[in-house]
Design a protein around this ligand. Sequence first.
Ligand code: CP
Ligand code: NVA
Length: 308
Amino acid sequence: MQIKDLISILDLSVADIEEIFATARRCKEKQKKGEEYTPLKGKSLAMIFAKSSTRTRVSFEVGMLQLGGHALFMSTQDMQLKRGETIHDTAKTLSRYVDGIMMRTYSHKDVLEMAEHATIPVINGLTDLSHPCQALTDIFTIIEKKGNPAGLKIVYLGDGDNVANSLALIAGKLGLHMVLCIPPGYEPDKGIIKEAQGLADHSGAKLELTNDPQAAASDADILYTDVWTSMGKEQEREERLKIFKPYQLNGRLLAKAKPDCMVMHCLPAHRGEEITDEVMASQQNISFDQAENRLHVQKAILTLLLGK
Ligand code: CP
Ligand code: NVA
């Protein structure tokens, strides 16, 4: 893989994505066998968080440890960034100490700025606009469970948020059939949809945007949802609860899908909101396998970017 940073799915070619998946499969196999694999011996990753995290923080930290390296958790609350040091100077300084930066923040521009000024790889650990490590893991998980994803009806229900944006882009890149079922006014970023559609024109992907959950769920192979109120949107919560109600992933909606339909969620889930307890408890829910795969896919990304 020739790229320095992983900021967006758009940074990756189809061959890069295939390389990430093949490396992730190898990392997973080795870990399951208890085989040591330490290509990042002596390397360090700075993990900068301006927002909360469970999965991203733990999977990157444990991933670095398993690869022979080390990760540092840095909350922006405790960094000089909070007291006015620029992203530019932070990038230059960290580049003198560590071998890579993973960053979770609000504005997507912040991650781009960090990547521009850092001489080391920068990985996007979620911004308001995108969540590329999640989308890569999601498609990796679908392939693991169902084989070739082309031809599957993958339905995303709910908010047109960072996760939806990255899923639309990866579907466009890889030629997948993705239905985005989203209430009017909450559609994914217009620029992203244009990019995804442009990719689809080349790859043969079928991207559909609808606001009819019943029709969308009908014959679905995958039903995927995410929280209705993403981090940073908390003041809109009450309004969103009302607007998104018909988009809840519940037993009735799941019954419309194919009998072997799998349920996905990037987690954290807000049970009783976008997904019911019943669906979370069902055999069809693979969201914890999905969460596990963040570890294996990110180990692949770290190996490919930091292991050069
Ligand atoms: N899915 C995901 O990124 O989870 P965290 O917010 O817990 O990192
Ligand atoms: N869309 C969610 C994803 C959390 C992993 C958020 O941004 O809060």
